[in-house]
Design a protein around this ligand. Structure first.
Ligand code: SAM
Length: 396
């Protein structure tokens, strides 16, 4: 089933979380000269035009990059992501939004390799076309083409991942970001990671997922915690109270296996700001937890006491007040209050959520068609960066 088109959702709050983390993972990988392979198992179209029919249909970017666009007090690590988006929009008007392949293209160095997979026939074509335009643009700037740097393949990213592991340089950053339209995606992510870790235990694996009422989603993070990775880091961002019917995307998560030690402090710095700027009501919050394979709780690092070996059992170490992840709306007032930054109060704080004007077209979460499930089927028409031409999307 290939009805999912990311163009409908480009730049929403979930993309902000995912792409902010992605930028930081590249930055970490770039600290060493040795080349690495970036593998994007579910690439999408690479670049999205926010004024296309598709992106503007639900204007989901108004829940994410829209409110951030005019902020001037953005914490440095988040600003690195926002600046990348700004660089795509030199006119100052937010028109284009980067997908994960474009972010990788910008963040990875000449010596690194990008391996991009996309199953949808239209989006894989658009992705290839966007990269062709990027290469042409670089050539105009006098930059030498690096023939084997980027490989784009129309294919199943779950199946293709294993063939690339271990990578030649023994360094890899893998992003797994399926649509989760079908519940099998949850199982496939876990199985793909299990196999990938067997082939290449030291890779950094980042998984995006929607936090929804459905059981597969609720149990997902706990299943990933049992994978044979040395360490994991888990962050979720909730922007609003779930609707009573449970439809819509209010919370999303990033689960990182073998996370760089640099990431958790950055998350702790940035997540309160994202809650303040993107949060829509009192349910807005974030959670960060981490754990290790053998020792369980990362208590030593959170100052809660010495590490206790617990055999193979793994235990979450809550870093933001709550241990295991709760669904938004579940009773957690005390935890939320602890997690909210001082600036998160809604009365008079600069990030006053209820009083935020609709300057960016911000509006209430719609009751339906916001999550990755139950979304309207339809095509994307992302434009390439290099020119005004449509990216090959079609209604279908
Ligand atoms: N990672 C992209 C980004 O952040 O810009 C967004 C990807 S989007 C959420 C998921 C994409 O996966 C869709 O474009 C969909 O067509 C594609 N897809 C679905 N199943 C796939 C599979 N088995 N292998 C590769 N791509 C798949």
């Amino acid at each position: 089933m290939l009805s999912y088109r990311h163009a409908f959702h480009a730049g929403n709050h979930a993309d902000v979380l995912k792409h902010f983390v992605q930028v930081q993972l590249h930055k970490y990988m770039n600290q060493k000269d040795t080349a690495y392979t970036y593998i994007d198992t579910h690439s999408g179209a690479g670049v999205y035009a926010l004024d296309s029919d598709y992106a503007s249909k639900n204007a989901e970017y108004a829940t994410g990059i829209g409110p951030l666009w005019d902020c001037r007090d953005i914490p440095e690590p988040l600003a690195e992501y926002v600046d990348l988006v700004r660089a795509m929009n030199p006119s100052g008007r937010l028109r284009y939004y980067p997908g994960s392949p474009y972010i990788a293209e910008q963040m990875a160095r000449e010596q690194d390799r990008l391996r991009l997979f996309e199953l949808h026939p239209t989006d894989s074509k658009v992705l290839a076309e966007n990269f062709r335009k990027l290469e042409a643009h670089k050539a105009e700037q006098g930059q030498r083409a690096r023939g084997r740097r980027v490989m784009i393949e129309r294919g199943d990213g779950f199946l293709s991942l294993k063939a690339l592991l271990p990578p030649p340089s023994r360094r890899a950053l893998v992003l797994i970001d399926p649509p989760y339209e079908v519940k099998d995606d949850y199982r496939r992510v876990k199985d793909a990671l299990d196999e990938a870790l067997g082939r290449f235990p030291s890779g950094i694996y980042a998984v995006w997922y929607p936090v929804l009422q459905r059981m597969e989603s609720r149990q997902f993070a706990d299943k990933l915690k049992r994978l044979p990775a040395k360490e994991w880091l888990h962050v979720t961002l909730t922007i609003s109270t779930p609707t009573p019917d449970g439809v819509g995307l209010h919370t999303s998560g990033m689960f990182i296996l073998n996370p760089p030690y640099t990431l958790e402090p950055l998350l702790r710095q940035v997540m309160p700001y994202l809650v303040r700027v993107l949060g829509k009501d009192a349910a807005a919050t974030f959670h960060i937890e981490k754990g290790t394979q053998v020792t369980g709780a990362a208590a030593a690092r959170t100052g809660a006491g010495p590490r206790q070996p617990v055999g193979n059992a793994r235990r979450a170490s809550p870093l933001a007040g709550t241990g295991s992840l709760r669904l938004p709306g579940q009773s957690m007032r005390a935890d939320e209050d602890r997690q909210k930054p001082a600036g998160a109060q809604r009365d008079g704080a600069p990030g006053n959520r209820q009083a935020r004007p609709a300057a960016h077209g911000a509006r209430q979460e719609r009751p339906a068609a916001q999550g990755r499930e139950g979304r309207p089927a339809g095509p994307a028409r992302p434009k390439g960066l290099a020119g005004p031409g449509r990216g090959g999307g079609r209604r279908g």
